[in-house]
Design a protein around this ligand. Sequence first.
Ligand SMILES: [Zn+2]
Length: 433
Amino acid sequence: MSDSLLPIDPGAKRAILQAVEGLQARSTETLSRLVRHPSLLGDEASCLADMAEIYGELGLSPRRVGVDPAALADHPGLSPPLIPYAAGRDNVVAIHTPRERLGRSLMLQGHIDVVPVGAADLWTTPPFEPSVRDGRLYGRGACDMKAGVVSYLMAYAALREAGFQPAAELQMAAVIEEECTGNGALAVMQALPKPDACLIPEPGQRLLTAEVGVVWAWVTVTGKPVHVSQKLSGINAIEAAYIVSEAFRAYEARMNEADRRHPAYAGHNHPINVNFGTIEGGEWNSSVATRARIGMRVGVMPGYSCRDTKADIEALVAKVAADPRLAGTTVDVQFRGFMADGAIFPASQSISQAISACHRDLTGETLQPTAMHALTDARFYTLYQGTEATCYGPEGENIHGIDEWVDLASVTDVTKALALLIAGWCGLEKVSG
Ligand SMILES: [Zn+2]
């Protein structure tokens, strides 16, 4: 094990790893239980309530941490909310406090919100009915990232079964809105004592070293509606969206050029992606469309601020609005959802060294440092709290796609790694009684 971890008694280690093996059925049951909640944006309440139950079953006393945008209004990490924060949507946290502090404190956090299922009819089995086939558990959110949440829950349970508990504060959290704002994680970070490190079991047994930022923008084109028989005297808002698209394709190409790269992305093909994710518009097949609204996601290179990206988007939209082909229309932009900066998670930091050492100890293999083209809640800890953070979690595929699955063997492997991480980072003390 590495210098960054406390030594673990070999007998204790054996007992803990055996306990993880023994918890495999419970792990799969807990994951199925969580996947059954369709915890889409605005529908997280039942899953959060279940998380509170699960923490309780582990002997912890969970508490709720709401998101109060007014209280966070001056925080640079706050993203403009998409929907209000009703009480049922409050994040759930559980904190283990040791009898005597020996090691360092740790936050293990995961998001329970999931993205829409896409076309449900394309799934082999319904997305919110967990199905185990060939060692994989299928379901929306199974991999991203309810399996990660289960890994840290079972890691804690395994320590207890082996007769131990962390000898430092261990914070555990289930948060909302990782997929659209990150405001759940931000509220939790602000509400809890600063931990010595944060590890988020987002999918992938690799070492997260960098992530991009993201801005969500909503561009609305209001055209000139006429009867389709006079089509040439009107301007179709849906067709005008192509002009918006052209402008953003050129911007995307520019932002991926070599001189704009952070060194962490030097060897990457296309780290900055602009995605048109939704479009709504038009009223009638025989009317020239009055209005179209495009929901887009614009990637941000670390080192380039999301506020500058916002200004870029505003300038692009002003340019599109001035395009002679769109004379007589209006083009507006609104910002709701992600307003997030990119972040760097140095491979040399203690938490990264520690999880790498645990992974190597179990597998004999070295974790691959990876810079992501997406973002995670880990950014808050490093950007705004000066707390080391990284991600390491179970393997799977098709996240945000059809037939999302997680590899159940990797859930066990990650649970073992997290159990060793807790033991070596926090230290161990015997469960009393
Ligand atoms: Zn995720």
